[in-house]
Design a protein around this ligand. Structure first.
Ligand code: MSP
Length: 515
């Protein structure tokens, strides 16, 4: 297949269990991957865990376990989360994988060959939580005068002999890149942040550590392991076959990451790649943070929720729909049980699920499942089909541009149009009075429901998939535009619907949250 599309999420630190922020990123990336597959692209989708670095070493020490054992255990929870949430990844990479070590050492060697690495003494501030070095001028003061990183995490003074990467050399090439490729960093707020940071001047970057050995060994430099971000970023290349050349999936189309790690992806990563002579990814998108009732999630507030529990409480589709619909993609967003229940019930269960259930079960009961024939068509039918076609095209255009919530809103306009149509046409009342007209109305609804189900598949693959399964194997195979021909062929073939079960059940407020 041609037309490759390569999408990646950040790889998570497996120093604890996954939380809803990780789930949010995986779900958004999955919806985009499914959408691009549907559009005929040859999609490769990678996610995984970032297992090296001091944070992992310290967490393992605090828990009294081997760091390898910590990584194995926690990484398995991240993979299980992806499987629980219907994340359609092609590879779940672990940075402890052997091919990843080879890729990291190869990019290191390429940067060394370019003359961009040199040995010197590093003295400066380091945040273990962020695995990041900061300039003095970036720090703020916390309680009791403690120094804090721009992310509000504690920093410690470190001094050791390390390898440096000549990041300063890439200041102008990076500024040229941002000017030439306005979509390299999205959304604009992130782009502006990075422009300001790079315009402020870049210092060379310390890229190896000698005080611990949990990392990828620096080639030819005993005692040094790579700075965790060098190997972490390289995961994207490992997944594209590097260093044995690169597959047609490189360069990546989209690195989807959170807003806190844009600097690593939009400054360090393209500089490493330029140095190594490797093509640059097309877009780095920094999504917003997910908050719980407007507050940051933290262990001390006790509001860190297991995404698996949320999926069990609200359904995989319910959770996926809520997160992508509620949060304007690129901005921060907030969730709560009430907000999930309210939105899922109003939009997914009532507006769409009920529409499909009423229509299909009416056909199953009254027409013995046979799809209604063309019947006596009316202008209202063509108007509805047109509204639904426009709604689905709206979703398609918006998703193509990563505007996920706007895409779902466009889709909902099609759903609401169907609900108005059903109320106005009242097919149930036509059963005895005007069966010919009833056939046309039900047929129009089936065609509309099919288009809407195809369009929303990337968001709610299970429920929308169940609706499409009822309509026969061929229903999924067509592009998301109305195909009257498909419908006519199904009718002529005497296709019969199975007995529908609600695809999107209504949710109840979970007892403990309701209290
Ligand atoms: N290991 C690095 C990424 C390396 S990528 C080469 C890392 N890991 S992380 O586990 O801290 O975060 C993984 C992803 O989850 C990041 O994109 C991060 O922004 C995202 N999120 C973490 N908390 C989040 C929320 N509360 N909300 C949304 N996304 C959040 O950073």
């Amino acid at each position: 297949m041609s037309d490759p599309y390569y999408i990646t999420t950040a790889i998570s630190y497996p120093n604890g269990r996954p939380h809803i922020g990780h789930a949010y990123e995986a779900i958004a990336a999955d919806a985009i991957a499914r959408f691009q597959r549907q559009a005929g692209r040859d999609v490769r989708f990678q996610t995984g865990t970032d297992e090296h670095g001091l944070k992992m070493v310290q967490t393992a020490r605090d828990r009294g376990v081997e760091v390898r054992a910590l990584a194995d255990e926690m990484s398995s929870y991240f993979q299980a989360m992806c499987d629980d949430l219907a994340i359609s990844y092609d590879r779940f990479i672990r940075t402890t994988d052997a091919d990843h070590h080879r890729a990291s050492q190869a990019i290191w060697q390429a940067m060394a060959d370019a003359g961009d690495l040199y040995l010197d003494r590093y003295e400066g501030w380091y945040s273990v939580r962020d695995e990041a070095f900061y300039d003095e001028k970036e720090l703020t003061e916390g309680e009791g005068g403690a120094k804090l990183s721009p992310q509000g995490t504690p920093v410690t003074w470190t001094a050791e002999e390390t390898w440096f990467f000549r990041l300063s050399k890439y200041q102008q090439p990076l500024l040229d890149l941002y000017a030439a490729e306005p979509d390299f960093i999205r959304p604009d707020a992130r782009r502006n942040e990075i422009l300001r940071f790079v315009e402020g001047g870049l210092s060379d970057l310390s890229v190896s550590r000698t005080s611990f050995d949990w990392g990828v060994p620096v080639p030819g430099s005993p005692g040094h392991v790579m700075y965790v971000w060098v190997d972490a970023l390289t995961n994207y290349l490992t997944g594209a076959g590097y260093p044995n050349g690169t597959t047609p999936h490189w360069p990546a189309d989209l690195h989807l990451i959170g807003k806190d790690i844009v600097r690593f992806h939009a400054v360090y990563w393209p500089a490493f790649l330029m140095s190594a002579g490797i093509a640059l990814p097309k877009t780095v998108f920094g999504h917003g943070f997910l908050l719980h009732r407007g507050e940051k999630m933290s262990k001390s507030l006790g509001n860190v929720v297991d995404p698996g529990d949320l999926a069990r409480a609200f359904g995989v589709d319910g959770l996926r729909y809520f997160l992508l619909r509620e949060v304007s993609f690129g901005h921060d967003g907030s969730y709560s049980a009430e907000a999930i229940v309210t939105r899922v019930n109003a939009e997914l269960a009532n507006a769409f699920g009920n529409l499909a259930q009423r229509t299909l079960s009416f056909i199953a009961k009254n027409l013995e499942g046979a799809l209604p024939d063309a019947g006596r068509r009316d202008d209202a039918d063509a108007v509805l089909i047109e509204e639904v076609v426009v709604a689905c095209a709206g979703l398609k255009a918006a998703f193509g541009d990563l505007m996920l919530s706007q895409g779902i809103e466009a889709w909902l306009r099609g759903v609401y149009a169907c609900n108005q149509y059903i109320d106005a046409q009242a097919p149930w009342a036509l059963r005895k009075a005007d069966p010919e007209r009833m056939h046309a109305v039900l047929g129009t609804l089936v065609r509309s429901i099919r288009m809407l189900a195809i369009a929303i598949l990337p968001v709610v693959p299970e429920g929308a998939g169940r609706i499409l399964d009822l309509l026969g194997a061929e229903a999924r195979d067509h592009a998301a535009v109305d195909d009257d021909g498909w419908y006519a062929r199904q009718v002529a073939a005497g296709f019969k619907l199975g007995t529908p079960a609600p695809a999107f059940p209504r949710l109840e407020m979970p007892a403990e949250e309701a209290a």
